[in-house]
Design a protein. Structure first.
Lengths: 108, 114
């Protein structure tokens, strides 16, 4: 069964600096991969998804992720962090199994 | 469209009490899910319903039962609540069962069992 691993439980960046949130997957077949964001006391919202159409996927709010089969990774990036990006981020695979989450803090 | 709605938003129970969490979606989705979220553990799938009339266990089904009442509604029941069931519960739906489907989430129910 496919699983995903989020490599960092907490990432802290300064406003205006790049964001990198890491997700690795394990799968014997071409996966579907998703990134979700959860703001405090809210439900999860889809940021972007990979379904084999293109390896570089652009999402909402300036986020993007690159599918790298050789590294079994699907890391989430953003060139410049905003204060409003502070939230919990979850990676998910095809089987609806979520990673444990990465909390992103953004310092002024 | 309201999307996915959940009731109640908050609930406090005593050990041994029972309750039902309600979920409804208005997107004509075939598949629905119940997750629980605990700090540091992400979301864990309790039960899912791939289509109306079917339900299946997820990762952590013990202590829970579900009912797919119709295509719109999927309820989660705690028959005898335990403190270990203190959590935030999310309902979700998707157009069809896997793969390659986005899930839409409700706002969650915060449950405390004393």
């Amino acid at each position: 069964a496919q699983s995903v691993t989020q490599l960092d439980s907490h990432v802290s960046v300064s406003e205006g600096t790049p964001v990198l949130l890491r997700c690795n997957y394990s799968s014997s077949y071409s996966p579907s991969l998703f990134w979700y964001v959860q703001h405090p006391n809210k439900g999860l919202q889809l940021l972007l998804k990979y379904t084999s159409a293109a390896t570089l996927v652009k999402g909402i709010n300036g986020f993007e992720a690159e599918f790298k089969k050789s590294e079994t990774s699907f890391h989430l990036t953003k060139p410049s962090a905003h204060m409003s990006d502070a939230a919990e981020y979850f990676c998910r695979g095809s089987t609806f199994i979520f990673g444990s989450g990465t909390r992103l803090s953004v310092k002024p | 469209n309201a999307g996915v709605t959940q009731t109640p938003k908050f609930q406090v129970l005593k050990t041994g009490q029972s309750m039902t969490l309600q979920c409804a979606q208005d997107m004509n989705h075939n598949s629905m899910y119940w997750y629980r979220q605990d700090p540091g553990m992400g979301l864990r799938l309790i039960y899912y319903s791939a289509s109306e009339g079917t339900t299946d266990k997820g990762e952590v089904p013990n202590g829970y039962n579900v009912s797919r009442l119709n295509k719109r509604e999927f309820s989660l029941r705690l028959e005898s609540a335990a403190p270990s069931q203190t959590s935030v519960y999310f309902c979700a739906s998707s157009e069809r069962y896997p793969p390659r489907n986005e899930q839409f989430f409700g706002p969650g129910t915060r449950l405390t069992v004393l």
